[in-house]
Structure formats: C-alpha cells, structure tokens
Design a protein. Sequence first.
Length: 284
Amino acid sequence: MDVTPSKPSEQASLVAAVQMSSGNDRDANLATAERLLQLAAERGARVALLPENFSLMAMRDAERRAHAEVDGAGPVQEFLARTAARLGLWVIAGSVPIRQAAGERNAQACLVYDASGARVARYDKIHLFDVELPDRAESYRESATMAPGDQVVAVDTPAGRLGLSICYDLRFPELYRRLEAAGAKWLIVPAAFTAATGAAHWEALLRARAIENLCYVVASAQYGTHANGRQTWGHSLIVDYWGRIVAQLAEGEGVVTAQIDLDAQAAARRKFPALAHRAAHLNG
C-alpha cells in the first residue's frame, strides 16, 4: 500500500526539534535555546520543541528545587514568552519546574506558547523516572523532587492538534491512545533519555508510538555528558505517521525540521483504518 505523498499538501506545516546539551548555568542554556529557536524560525518552522530540562541540568536536588518558578512568572517563562513573540514562532518548552504549594514537590511542566507569546497549554509529566538501570550503577528518583501530573493534554497548533508528553511517558502507550482519542494528529516527546536506555529503546519506542497511532512524533533530546555526570542519548528525530524517520540529529547541538502533512496523514488513515478497528471492549 502506497502511503507516500508526492509532495507536501496545502495543510503541511514545518516543525522543528531542538537538540541541546544543557549544563547548570541557566543563562547560558537560555542563550543556546534562543540561538537554536532563531535557527528554527529562519528555516521556516512554525512550531519548535525544546528538550526536557533545557534551562538547567542540575548538579543536585537542592539546585533543581531552587530553579523552580511560580506558575506564570519567572525568568524562564518570561524568556519563552518573549522569544516566541519576537520570532513569531510557537515554542514548546520541553519541561519547566513549576512550584506547587509550600512544602510540596514541584511539577515538571511542558509549556506551550503561541506566536504572540501567550501561553496556551500546560502539561505536567505523569510518569516519573524512578528506576535503577539493569547492569549499571545508575539510579534515578524523580519522585523525590517532582509530583506527577494527572491530566492528559492536547492543544490546537498551526501544525494540527498536538498531544503533549515528556520523556519517560514514552514507555506508556495508553497515554498516547488517550491523546489520539482527544484528536491529536502529532505527538511530542521532549526528553533527557539516558545513554544506556536511549541506545536500547529510544528509536523503537518513538516509532512504535507513531505506528500504533498513525501520528507524527517529534522528539527533542538532550545529548552528551552533562556537568552532573549524566550521559544522555541525543538522536532527536521526527517520525511520520507510517513510522518512517524523516529527520534525525544523532549528536551535537542543532535543529531538525520536517513537514507535518495533515492531508497525507488523513489519506493514510483512510487507506489503513487500524484506529477504527480497535475492539470497543478493550478500550478502557
């Protein structure tokens, strides 16, 4: 079955995934993010995605907590609104730590800003990375400083209705089924995947989420060795609705772009109506 469009349709919009190697200097990280967002805008992108922890890869938990901002105010949120408006670009902040009530853990929030700089959506990471990596002396406890979200969030963008997720969410396909049911035509996965899990699972999981939902997936990643010693996988990529990788950056800072073609996606869904064949009694 041929599901490859001959050329982008009128409903195609260029989107960008930004790859960074963030450290523990917030201002330097924001300067890098601004430079790469400008590059995305210059390439014609209408929406650009920053990776998880783009503004800080903290050395320790206390530094991570101190970096958190009040919802709607703070230097990182002000930077995002200002940069989106200046570039006329929709900007998706992979994650920003947002303070909860006094004494509570922070939310890990993905924030979406439109081209005027107005915030139009917030998603709090649902699945927290509390693991010990097999055969490696690495352990992570995000729940020590983060509180899980409980809301599935989709938002309309110039590239179509978008489903939001963050990093470890990628391992839980039921979230993406809920997002597709909410009308999502493309999905984002801003991430700071470990090098070990990334080498084993990153590409396979991203392609699986695209294939099973007939959705585009845009994944923006951290890469390299960070100031806190953590090693992340990189390999930011964009996958189309058929599971094909259409753009990828393995290593280094940079931007990858691709078209979200809603007409081509709709045609593929008509020809291959797997989403309509789901057994109703299995949909919980």
